[in-house]
Design a protein around this ligand. Structure first.
Ligand code: ADP
Ligand code: LRH
Length: 484
């Protein structure tokens, strides 16, 4: 093992983990040292994230990472942090939060979208930022804040990094989800901030993945057992940026599905596509590590399934996911399909009933059993993936011959098979912890342990060395192919 280890803090909408990564001769090795649940909570009259509790979990995880590194005879060289995108905390001069950060699932932006678009028409926004319209993009959330005087906005990973180091930066991949970054240059679109009446220095300066944000505050070092020399390194702090960086692709002809609470479905490009066709299809151009562009759409994701499981666990004993998936797989094909991308599924609560209503509204019989509801969700996700990939190929001209599915959802064999069947393309599933892997590899590259440039080549090569993938062949090769 190497004398250097890297701690990846990866917090998704449904769970978080701290993973210790080392670079061995056989490739990167990841060990999960701490895992904790996450979820939106109704607090103070709105849907929010309990970032204080999350920060406590980060400290617990870093303490475990320090101990695990010591036990393995290594030290933690650096820490990288990634979380879901878009959301932020407002901190004053003393570092205190003005209020607990809102969740992107809170409905308060319904009232501000029109206000923002009156100042900045959607066509102008898209041509400039390349960001798909989602009702929760940061700029709509900022427009809903009562006051922004005396505070700075720190995106969630940047907020956690600030708490660890005392340094305020905005990591560039996540900045691209604010709706305030110029897609062509990757710098703040100051004219957009101005048009919305936002302070020019609302966000701290940008920092690219691979650069040092700062070093641990003495109290954090003492509390976790990590040396004060431990750096916090910017990674693709948008979880999807880290996940896609670690896709174990062997060529450029791949599509990816980053499958977790959301399914992020698309291709990787060198330059953004900012035209009207792209805007009409609501494709996004998010920035990736090394200035790559993730040309993708957010599709509904396993949130629909998570919410059903949550509701069923309130009604009775904890439902067994694997049992439900087996039962769903035994149901015949051709069941109801709904629009998994609909904003009707954004908010929590009452999900099984909403799915039954959506099936009826689409002219199908409502799925009656739990297994049928699960099958409906998975058929609908696979259909949304196929539709999205057809659009991605059509709009970008980027050919694909394989789909890489990464993230927790890559363990869902039924969904992987349905995806292969509906797209007519082979699916390579894994790694499950692609996000943490991408996080570790950007740190390891910054430390000189992964080959630098051109582009992501060194990181992808290391990702291939680490990955165990499962291959799913399409049942019917004549099925709809995104390439055709
Ligand atoms: P996020 O980062 O959004 O919190 P994850 O990448 O951790 O999401 O993926 C969580 C999802 O993975 C869950 O919603 C669940 O559907 C799926 N999942 C987790 N474990 C399994 C498993 N053993 N089999 C099938 N699906 C799984
Ligand atoms: C996935 C994700 C996605 C964003 C959403 C808010 O975790 O970061 O890329 O669109 O959360």
């Amino acid at each position: 093992t190497s004398a250097q280890a890297f701690a990846a803090v990866d917090i998704g909408a449904s769970s978080g983990r701290v993973i210790l990564g080392t670079m061995t001769d056989a490739g990167p090795e990841l060990v999960t040292v701490h895992r904790f649940p996450n979820g939106v909570q109704f607090l103070g009259g709105a849907l929010r994230w309990d970032v204080e509790a999350l920060f406590a979990e980060v400290l617990t995880g870093l303490t475990a990472a320090a101990a695990a590194a010591a036990a393995a005879g290594t030290t933690v060289t650096s820490i990288g942090i990634d979380t879901w995108a878009v959301d932020y905390g407002l901190v004053d001069d003393t570092g205190a939060l003005r209020h607990l950060p809102f969740s992107y699932r809170d409905g308060r932006t319904e009232a501000t979208i029109g206000v923002v678009h009156a100042a900045l028409p959607p066509e102008r926004l898209y041509a400039r930022t390349g960001l798909q319209f989602l009702p929760f993009n940061t700029l709509y959330q900022l427009a809903a804040e009562r006051s922004l005087s005396g505070v700075q906005a720190l995106l969630i990973p940047d907020l956690l990094a600030y708490r660890l180091t005392g340094e305020r930066r905005t990591e560039a991949t996540n900045a691209s989800t604010t709706g305030l970054l110029d897609a062509a240059t990757g710098t703040w679109a100051q004219d957009l901030l101005e048009a919305l009446g936002l302070p020019a220095d609302l966000f701290p300066p940008l920092v690219e993945p691979g650069s040092v944000v700062g070093h641990l505050l003495p109290a954090i070092a003492a509390g976790t057992g990590l040396p004060e020399t431990t750096a916090v390194v910017a990674v693709g702090s948008h979880d999807t940026a880290s996940a896609v960086a670690a896709v174990p692709a062997g060529s450029t002809r791949f599509a990816y599905i980053s499958s977790g609470t959301w399914s992020l479905v698309g291709v990787e490009l060198d330059t953004p596509i900012l035209g009207d066709g792209s805007r009409a299809a609501n494709f996004t151009n998010e920035r990736g590590v090394d200035g790559t562009i993730r040309y993708l759409r957010n599709t509904g994701g396993l949130w629909l399934l998570q919410e059903c499981l949550r509701e069923w666990s309130v009604e009775g004993p904890e439902p067994d996911l694997l049992g439900l998936l087996t039962a769903a797989g035994e149901l015949p094909a051709g069941g109801p399909v709904i629009d998994a991308d609909s904003n009707d599924f954004l908010a929590p609560d009452g999900m099984p009933a909403r799915i039954r209503r959506a099936a009826e509204a689409a002219g199908h019989a409502a799925p009656s059993s739990r297994a049928a509801v699960v099958r409906c969700i998975l058929d609908s996700l696979a259909e949304a993936y196929a539709r999205t990939l057809r659009d991605a190929v059509r709009l970008s001209g980027h050919a694909i011959d394989v789909i890489h599915v990464v993230g927790g959802g890559s363990q869902n064999a039924l969904l992987c098979q349905l995806t292969a069947d509906r797209t007519g393309l082979p699916v390579l599933a894994g790694p499950v912890e692609a996000t943490a892997l991408g996080n570790v590899l950007v740190q390891a590259r910054a430390a000189g342990l992964v080959a630098a440039g051109p582009g992501l080549a060194g990181i992808r090569e290391a990702a291939r060395a680490a990955a165990r993938t499962v291959r799913y062949e399409p049942a019917d090769l004549a099925a709809l192919s995104p390439a055709g």
